[in-house]
Design a protein around this ligand. Structure first.
Ligand code: NAP
Ligand code: GLV
Length: 309
């Protein structure tokens, strides 16, 4: 079996070493233009040239959870697209979102500023029952985040495409489909976006949806920048309808220096780092799936191109 590795923004050697160690029978090589045809590819943001030169690929393993960028390329129908599922990202995402929301809820940001001024400044405790959190997307990452928030006894609402009858057992209030979105939003004092970027979810964090949140709501976007209509978010922060936002992802990355998000006093931002791809975990998952696939077993994480995730 021949495996081609083609990732534009990562050092290839450790990946090649890891894949070769785990798959000693396979011929694993770094793709170069004109390379011989491979059976399987391990990719992140490959150029179109790679796909045009490798039309025989049986499977394409994406070393990330989101496949929005990959689906913009021309990929033959017979090539299965397989994404990472968790692979060490879910715990990181849970840490990130809990940190952002607890920092806001407990006003640690305000306390830090007071401490810098040398002030011993108590804040009146906020009522937990007034801080319901909504999680858009109850997939691998959204569900883990929702469960982590439940550990802190926040009430958590989730929104997904398909109904989740099992959600009550997880302590969540689940809502499904567009018709349920207004009810979901109207109950949330904080909103976390963990949706895949698709034609349906692009621009979902717009004035129309964000103004349905409870006044003074807090927004965390850890999914994709194009979920947010930047000017609508800024307008609602400036009007006071939103108390603040933590943003990890942006329409253009790196975020251009002139973008107003950098200087907004109520935006906390990080450079697309909420859940990083972990090499060892990813290789273990990909190798496990390749082995299952070779045995003729069904594997999870295969992207449904119609749905877009
Ligand atoms: P996933 O397992 O595929 O879950 C996606 C969830 O979104 C599912 O619950 C799905 O509903 C729901 N959904 C999709 N389209 C919907 C729609 N139109 N209406 C309502 N719900 C919809 O994905 P994941 O692994 O949790 O990852 C989610 C996203 O996180 C990725 O696509 C990626 O963009 C982002 N991400 C960001 C980082 C970072 O560092 N910032 C890292 C990793 C991932 P169903 O359950 O009904 O299918
Ligand atoms: C990162 O953003 C990913 O999709 O894994």
């Amino acid at each position: 079996m021949r495996i081609a590795f083609c990732c534009t923004d990562t050092r290839p050697e450790p990946w090649l070493e890891g894949l070769r160690a785990a798959l000693p029978q396979a011929d694993v090589s770094l793709w170069q233009p004109g390379a011989p045809p491979a059976d399987i590819a391990v990719v992140w943001a490959p150029p179109q040239q790679f796909l045009d030169e490798q039309p025989q690929l049986k499977a394409l393993f994406n070393i990330g959870a989101g496949v929005d960028a990959l689906l913009r390329l021309r990929i033959p129908e017979h090539t299965a697209i397989v994404r990472l599922e968790d692979a060490g990202m879910a715990a990181q995402m849970a840490e990130y979102v809990c940190h952002a929301l607890i920092r806001h809820f407990r006003e640690f940001d305000v306390l830090e500023q007071a401490a810098q001024r040398g002030e011993w400044a108590y804040r009146k405790p906020r009522r937990r029952q007034d801080f319901a959190v909504g999680v858009l997307g109850l997939g691998v990452l959204g569900l883990r985040v929702a469960q982590a928030l439940r550990q802190f006894e926040f009430s958590v609402h989730g929104w997904s495409q398909s109904p989740k009858p099992e959600a009550a057992a997880w302590g969540l209030e689940a809502h499904a489909g567009w018709a349920a979105l207004p009810t979901f939003l109207s109950q949330c004092q904080a909103l976390v976006c963990l949706l895949p970027l698709t034609d349906q979810t692009r621009d979902i964090l717009s004035r129309d949806t964000l103004q349905q949140l409870r006044p003074g709501a807090y927004v965390v976007n850890v999914a994709r920048g194009a979920h947010v209509v930047d000017e609508d978010l800024l307008a609602l922060l400036d009007s006071g309808h939103l108390a603040g936002a933590t943003l990890d992802v942006f329409r253009t990355e790196p975020l251009p220096p002139e973008h107003p998000f950098w200087r907004h006093p109520r935006i906390t931002l990080t450079p697309h780092t909420s859940a990083r791809t972990l090499r060892d975990d990813s290789i273990e998952q990909i190798v496990g799936k390749i082995a299952a696939w070779q045995r003729g077993e069904a594997i999870s994480g295969v992207v449904d191109r119609e749905r877009g995730y």
